[in-house]
Design a binder for this molecule. Structure first.
Ligand code: 1SD
Ligand code: ZN
Length: 255
């Protein structure tokens, strides 16, 4: 079941996976003029994100994305009603011509997007939590193109050729995952949504940071041109189209 869906026919997800047709789907377009400033949104406090002492982290090409496994010692201590433990991070991207972020800001896509997936510590693991209403918290960042190489992203991107084949893995040295997110974590949007891939469970408390992370054009091109999905196909354009809000509110931590 796992591998039958693809990004070419996203409408087909709705019939194959019941929840993909729900009314709280992700991603969404964030209409900045309609976001509601909420001064009571608590600041996010990350803990254990510095994995410099970890001997190795597993990097995996699963045919849908590039995914880095994370230890549950990495967690969000404050910002939500409960503590959320990290499970993995992964990316969504397009092609050189097509910007491939999942969320959009005022209908504009960014070149790519990072998702750091966390699950509620009261559940046993990611799989169990993914089915619970308060199960998941994903921290998302928009990735843009800057003049300089991003040395933190390079810790992952330098290993890309080792995972070019679908279902391949490699180990990379630990590093500070905090540096993959924007410097400013105080400005963010918050809304209730879903996994952006089948089975589209509507169990994600989404946080999208306002500030953009930048990588070099060369780094983005490497991400877009190295990984394969299947025998001859490039793994690219792995982003879902924005979904209808159906009355949901998008909160902003800033005005
Ligand atoms: O696309 C990912 C999917 O690969 C998996 O990581 C899932 C969590 O179990 O999350 C979605 S997403 O909503 O973070 N894109
Ligand atoms: Zn994702």
């Amino acid at each position: 079941h796992e591998h039958r869906w693809g990004y070419e026919d996203q409408e087909a997800w709705r019939s194959a996976y019941h929840d993909c047709n729900g009314k709280s789907q992700s991603p969404i377009d964030i209409e900045t003029s309609k976001a509601i400033y909420d001064r009571s949104l608590p600041a996010i406090k990350l803990d254990g994100y510095d994995l410099t002492d970890q001997p190795g982290l597993k990097l995996h090409n699963n045919g849908h994305t590039l995914q880095l496994s994370l230890p549950s010692s990495m967690r969000i201590l404050k910002g939500f009603d409960e503590i959320y433990l990290a499970a993995q991070l992964h990316f969504h991207w397009g092609t050189i011509e097509v910007p491939g972020s999942e969320h959009t800001i005022d209908n504009v896509h960014f070149p790519a997007e990072i998702h750091v997936v966390h699950y509620n510590s009261k559940y046993a693991d990611l799989a169990e939590a993914a089915r619970k209403k308060d199960g998941l918290a994903v921290l998302g960042g928009f990735i843009g193109i800057g003049l300089h190489e991003n040395e933190n992203y390079e810790k992952i991107l330098s290993a890309l050729t080792d995972v070019s084949i679908e279902e391949s893995n490699t180990m990379i040295p630990g590093f500070n995952i905090r540096h993959l997110l924007p410097n400013n974590l105080e400005k963010f949007y918050r809304y209730n949504g879903s996994l952006t891939t089948p089975p589209c469970f509507q169990t994600v408390n989404w946080t999208m940071f306002n500030d953009t992370i930048t990588v070099s054009r060369r780094q983005l091109a490497a991400l877009e041109k190295t990984l394969k999905a299947g025998q001859n196909q490039l793994l690219s354009k792995n982003f879902r189209a924005p979904q209808l809000l159906h009355g949901r509110r998008v909160l902003a931590s800033f005005s």
